[in-house]
Design a protein around this ligand. Structure first.
Ligand SMILES: *Cc1c(COP(=O)(O)O)cnc(C)c1O
Length: 670
């Protein structure tokens, strides 16, 4: 993995001027190594947990750890006021809100909008840019009504608008956006009705920008404009030759799904000119993909787009807006690198580079600079929600200290015992190889019928004991040899968690996206276990076994032992964009409970509670009627009663449970 460190890209001055995302102090240091050294010398400290989970890297300024070893949330960033997340979860549970629970912090959303606008405002001042910035939120990132209502309200001071990528999203955006002067960017496939509706909305005082993405749309727009007698606001979406990299790299380039090639853009200009509508063409748009991790890609795209912009102006279009689309990244692993789960720039670098490039291109040709638009979704919506879920149980590999092999036991067992007994720092690598060989041999003998099941059990137990001993040594070493890296995976505990990956973190399953995950509490205590997470679905893909790390990913997460009778809560962070709407009903696990929390001078206020799906609701999505189901069960019970296969008490209990369940949450209650 070729990692570019951010300092290499920018002057230090430039990088440090944004308090939002400071350079993390542990940069360049391997966190597990520093933890190792610490744990030997002194008691586990909060800072050790901070390093282990890299919370400063991805969490600042919103998430940190307090002296009690709990995660705290500062929804207003560094402006003060914070909540103990563990206490908050307990308080919400007392209000009958079961886990998994999605907590949305509206203040974080507000803070993100402020930060984005402040970064552009600062860049505009610094470069003496004569135009403004007018951002829009791409509705597809999170369409939830409460969130969108907040977003429109928080965006009012900045005339923040909305972007619709489909007809249904246009319906929402048209009805929700009431900010005078805010832009409504109309993207996606369009039919005549879409175009007419957008044009007519001008009469309501809105500013819908119809972005032409397909060549066929031009004629539709010309016809609709004639029929309605309305001069529309038009834009063109360019397919840039600059390609994004990584997962969404194909969103740009010549084979991209959307957008017009340069020859097509020239055709649009000619067609509009012929129809006497070139005045309407005001905006150039591009979108090179989401989560752009490298600033060089962003610079490359704006360089190309600025040139197209000035050319269009010189061809006679009435160019006023340049829309740079989405792509502004989120630092999921906190490494500040161009790794796909990170980004090697901050908000200020992003805004400054865009402003500087556009200004230069326009000044060169004496063209007035445009109002800049960005469609940042991920960067606005990711931080505001946290998914909280509990651990139901764990499954560990058996590592009880083995009893010595007896003289009369099978040779393989005696060999394994010998191996176990002799493991030390000098030979642990070789011992791993030997133990694996003996275990394989035991297995093949068992299959051939030469080893009894009790002997196989004994061999496996000794093998695990060897692995445990070897792993304990390996963890103490500075460098772990490659062939031992799998050992962590082999020895990982499975933590069964009360959630569905398919419902709540679909991108983790679909595209291996990384989200920071960590315990909400006990962070003043060393997490002695290494585990992977297995969800409630019966799908073997319903698991999380890749976790953020400073370099690349790690196969296991540091977790605590479960304490009997005590809940163990985990949080999945930065999942506020895309996950909710893409989540699906696999195994019929439905929407989770969601609450909206707002900071108040005295603490917090619960603004909204959105109850998750009940079982009756999820079965209705697949066309079952809960009452019909109950009726069918009742009839079967009657039949069983008639045939004396069930007692009346059992029948009553069964029907009560059945009916009760249908009205309940789809997840497990403790
Ligand atoms: C998805 C999308 C966005 C949002 O991208 P982010 O990377 O989440 O900011 C913006 N514009 C268009 C056209 C999109 O398709």
């Amino acid at each position: 993995m070729g990692v570019e460190l951010s300092q290499a890209q920018f002057g230090v001055e430039n990088f440090l001027d944004n308090s939002d995302e400071q350079v993390v102090e542990t940069m360049g240091m391997n966190s597990t190594q520093s933890n190792k050294a610490n744990s030997r010398q002194k008691k586990w400290a909060i800072e050790d947990s901070e390093n282990q989970y890299r919370i400063q890297g991805w969490g600042e300024p919103y998430f940190s750890i307090n002296a009690a070893g709990h995660i705290t949330v500062s929804p207003k960033g560094d402006r003060g006021g914070s909540l103990d997340l563990f206490d908050l979860v307990n308080a919400l549970r007392q209000r009958n809100l079961g886990l998994p629970l999605l907590i949305r912090f509206s203040d974080i959303l507000e803070h993100r909008i402020e930060r984005l606008n402040a970064s552009f405002a600062k860049a505009i001042t610094r470069y003496n840019y004569a135009g403004g910035y007018r951002g829009v939120f791409p509705v597809k990132c999170n369409q939830q009504r409460h969130l969108l209502e907040d977003l429109v309200r928080f965006g009012k001071p900045y005339q923040f608008g909305l972007e619709a990528g489909s007809k249904p999203e246009l319906m929402i955006a048209l009805a929700m956006l009431d900010t005078p002067g805010a832009l409504l960017i109309c993207n996606g496939y369009k039919d005549r009705e879409y175009i007419e509706t957008a044009m007519l909305a001008q009469r309501l005082g809105q500013t819908p920008m119809i972005v032409l993405e397909q060549i066929e749309e031009v004629q539709l727009v010309i016809d609709a404009s004639r029929a309605l007698g309305i001069q529309p606001f038009l834009g063109v979406r360019a397919k840039l030759s600059s390609k994004g990299i990584g997962r969404w790299g194909d969103s740009s380039g010549d084979r991209a799904k959307f957008g017009l090639t340069i020859p097509e853009i020239i055709r649009v200009v000619e067609q509009l000119k012929e129809a006497n509508m070139l005045e309407s063409l005001q905006l150039l748009h591009y979108h090179i993909g989401s989560q752009i991790s490298s600033i060089s890609v962003i610079k490359d795209a704006i360089l190309e787009a600025s040139k197209i912009f000035v050319e269009l102006a010189q061809l006679g279009a009435n160019m006023k807006y340049l829309d740079v689309g989405g792509g502004l990244g989120v630092d999921y692993d906190g490494s500040q690198t161009n790794f796909h789960a990170s980004k090697n720039y901050n908000l200020q670098n992003y805004a400054s580079d865009i402003i500087a490039e556009v200004k230069e291109a326009c000044d060169e040709r004496g063209i007035p600079v445009p109002t800049l638009i960005s469609e940042s979704g991920r960067a606005i919506a990711s931080h505001q929600s946290v998914l909280i879920f509990d651990v139901l149980s764990t499954s560990d590999v058996p590592t009880d200290p083995p009893t010595p092999a007896k003289e009369e036991e099978h040779l393989i067992i005696r060999n394994l015992w010998e191996t176990f007994n002799n493991i030390n720092v000098q030979n642990y690598q070789e011992a791993f190889y030997d133990a694996t060989q003996f275990k394989e041999e035991a297995l093949s003998r068992f299959k051939l019928g030469y080893l009894r099941i009790t002997e196989r059990a004994r061999a496996e137990q000794l093998y695990w004991a060897c692995c445990k001993k070897i792993l304990d040594i390996a963890r103490e070493q500075e460098y772990v040899p490659d062939d031992l890296e799998d050992l962590e995976k082999i020895m990982a505990s499975i933590y069964y968690v009360n959630m569905s990956v398919f419902q709540s973190a679909p991108d983790s399953w679909a595209i291996d996206q990384l989200f920071p995950i960590m315990p909400l509490h006990r962070l003043d205590e060393e997490a002695t276990q290494r585990g992977i997470l297995a969800d409630l679905t019966c799908d073997s893909d319903g698991k999380i076994d890749q976790f953020i790390d400073l370099r690349d990913v790690k196969p296991v997460l540091e977790l605590h032992d479960l304490k009997p009778g005590e809940p163990y809560y985990l949080g999945l962070f930065l999942g506020g964009a895309y996950q909710e709407i893409m989540g699906n009903l696999h195994n019929l696990f439905g929407d989770t409970n969601a609450v909206h929390i707002k900071l108040t001078p005295k603490g917090y206020q619960i603004e909204h509670v959105v109850k998750g799906d009940t079982m009756a609701e999820v079965v209705s999505y697949v066309q079952y009627d809960a009452e019909d189901l109950v009726e069918s069960m009742r009839q079967r019970t009657e039949q069983a009663l008639l045939e004396k296969r069930i007692t009346i008490q059992e029948a009553q209990r069964l029907l009560q449970n059945y009916e009760h369940s249908l009205g309940r949450y789809t997840y497990l209650s403790p």
